[in-house]
Ligand binder design. Sequence first.
Ligand code: LLP
Length: 402
Amino acid sequence: MIDFRALADKYKTPLYIYDLDYMNEQFNKLKEAFKGRKSIVAYAVKANSNLSVVQHFAKMGSGADCVSIGEVRRAFKAGIPAYKIIFSGVGKTDDEIREAIEKDILYINVESDAELGRVEMIAKELKKVSRISIRVNPNIDPKTHPYISTGLHDNKFGVDLNTAKRMYITANNSQHLDPVGIHFHIGSQLTELTPIRESAEIVADLVRSLSTIKIDLKFFDIGGGLGIKYDDETLIEPYEYAQAILGTLTALDLTILCEPGRFLTANAGYFVSKVLYEKQNGDKKFVVVDGAMNDLLRPSLYKAYHKIDVITKNDGEKRAVDIVGPVCESGDFFAKDYMLPELSHNDLVVINSAGAYGFGMGSNYNTRGRSAEVAVQNGEDRLIRRRETFDDLIALEEDYLD
Ligand code: LLP
């Protein structure tokens, strides 16, 4: 059990707290589900890119799924070996591609015909061979929030099957490209297995058809996306997930690569704010806390639901309140019409499921420093990122004053 009050007193608020032991449990569940098959769990660094968190996964033997060269550098710094690092993303720059090739990562996940050309050109300049995979867009509706759906032709990600096939042939004929993998990722917070199975089938069929023209791939990269419980969602069990995918791969000798982010970190994280005030506008009641949308954007951006606990001595009747932050935006809220008892100054509001896409999507809007981050492991807590100060925020501007 995490002692939120003690940690809030020690490190102040707003504060992110991560339970590293929970991350181990989740990681082991996935590894276990795919055992009996060669597999790499490549943690999606974007979900929570704190170096200590990435290092924690490195120690478990995790790889890293990265979407910028910054994330690739984080993965290296955290001790993830090059042969377990992959680099995806629709808009890689030449410099990013060059560095990824020089660093000899497992593969670059190519998302367009044009990008394949750039990778080939840069590999040629470097006199190297770049291992690549191609991200296939299977045109399957993942049945999740439209903003986090990625596997439809309407979405910017990946390429259609015919283009993919053409690109594999080009890559196979190139002296500077080595097509080793195939990739799909249809969306995030997935709670239905059918779209995943259907996508895997489509992609596995492409692998078979490539094999008939002597293009034999080694890695079947199933992306991330496994959903978690924010509220009362019915979840896909890792075992069923693995079985659904493995079932499409009969007679294919492929290493599975999966790229979970949220599954590993979301429910390991809590965002803790302090109550500043309660206020009432007409019939509407608000609880104003010291954390804001710049710390945790998901409710504002996606109307995402996060379960909220409060730490208070009050045990009065609950009433519906909006929990809001100090930022000058009406969209700055963590929950609307949430049932909470009356709260007093300095009571704590603990936002659950904040370990993925929480801190990382934060900003300095309204010149607010980012919160501190704390890790808890085996009952011990330690600071893994200090709170940003005003000096941190202006550090890059100061030199330009008249
Ligand atoms: N692999 C690829 C290629 C991805 O695009 C993503 C997430 C992942 C893996 C990891 O997905 P996960 O296992 O975490 O679902 N900001 C949004 C989520 C954006 C996900 C983007 N891509 C949110 O707060 O819900």
